[in-house]
Design a protein around this ligand. Structure first.
Ligand SMILES: O=C(O)c1cc(=O)[nH]c(=O)n1[C@@H]1O[C@H](COP(=O)(O)O)[C@@H](O)[C@H]1O
Length: 271
């Protein structure tokens, strides 16, 4: 999917919501456990109930890898279902990969070709030759960690290196890489006060913003400082939406939570 198609979808749905499909078998409604594939059954119900309220889904691969072959199969079924039934939805494999060049190429093939996701999250720590293999894929997007939502972000990312915070160095340097137009960046919603500075460096890029909901990030603050002319934001909420109820009504409860955020987004877009 191209960035323009994503922007069109945002304007059509009046939503820049991304729903995180972080499926934990200890948290999903117990009646689903008798299904042949409880993870996929859960995802399918959530997707069918919420697809018109969001523009993206982000399964975090950890939640699938934790269940071995069955988990990976459920991930494959989920992305195939999304691509077949809702091709207008932007898909994010939250895998946080990145390695030496030839290994990164194989990671990129796994998520862009075999599983056919639109995008994958990567870590920048290994530098240019670890990220450029992902950027070589046309109409695919590489979402690089810039300033993360967790407390550990202050361990390295905000440290000053050669007179500048490391996350700013990462943003600036990444702009010089080949096919850097295929980059998007992760900035945590819990770090709203940093968005103005970030927008100085990357005014046009899309930002994936996790941390609204369970981690306490504030949508209004993020939008105030992070939004650009083409919106430029994908706001993710995982647990805050998908675990709204652990009863039979879980999909409807998730839709209600998603709608609360979508309505707030529509108001912001109309301002
Ligand atoms: O890359 C991410 O998506 C990510 C980056 C970050 O800085 N913080 C962060 O929480 N995430 C992911 O975003 C999701 C947040 O989930 P909730 O806190 O349940 O909404 C999880 O899948 C996290 O792994």
């Amino acid at each position: 999917m191209t960035t323009n198609q994503l922007v069109q979808e945002i304007n059509k749905k009046k939503s820049f919501l991304c729903i995180g499909l972080d499926v934990d078998l200890n948290k999903i409604p117990q009646h689903l456990l008798k299904e042949e594939d409880p993870i996929f059954a859960f995802n399918k119900a959530i997707i069918d109930a919420t697809h018109y309220l969001c523009v993206a889904y982000k399964p975090n691969t950890a939640f699938y890898e934790a269940y071995g072959l069955k988990g990976w199969k459920a991930l494959e079924k989920t992305i195939n279902y999304l691509n077949e039934k809702y091709p207008e939805i932007f898909t994010i494999a939250d895998a946080k990969r990145g390695d030496i060049g030839n290994t990164s190429t194989m990671y990129a093939k796994a998520f862009f070709e075999d599983l056919a996701f639109d995008s994958v999250t990567v870590a920048p720590y290994m530098g240019k030759d670890s990220v450029e293999p992902f950027l070589a894929f046309e109409d695919k997007h590489t979402i690089m960690l810039a300033l993360t939502s967790n407390a550990g972000a202050f361990d390295f990312q905000t440290k000053t290196v050669e007179g500048k915070e490391l996350y700013k160095q990462v943003l600036e340097t990444s702009k010089t890489w080949e096919n850097s137009e295929n980059l998007m960046y992760v900035v945590g919603a819990t770090k709203a006060e940093y968005f103005a500075d970030i927008r100085q460096i990357i005014p046009d890029s899309f930002l994936l913003v996790p941390g609204v909901g369970a981690q306490g990030g504030n949508l209004q603050d993020v939008c105030k400082y992070g939004m650009n002319d083409s919106v430029g934001l994908l706001i993710n909420s995982s647990r805050g939406i998908i675990y709204a109820s652990s009863q039979e009504d879980f999909a409807q409860a998730a839709a209600n939570k998603a709608e609360e955020l979508q309505k707030e987004m529509a108001l912001i877009l109309n301002q």
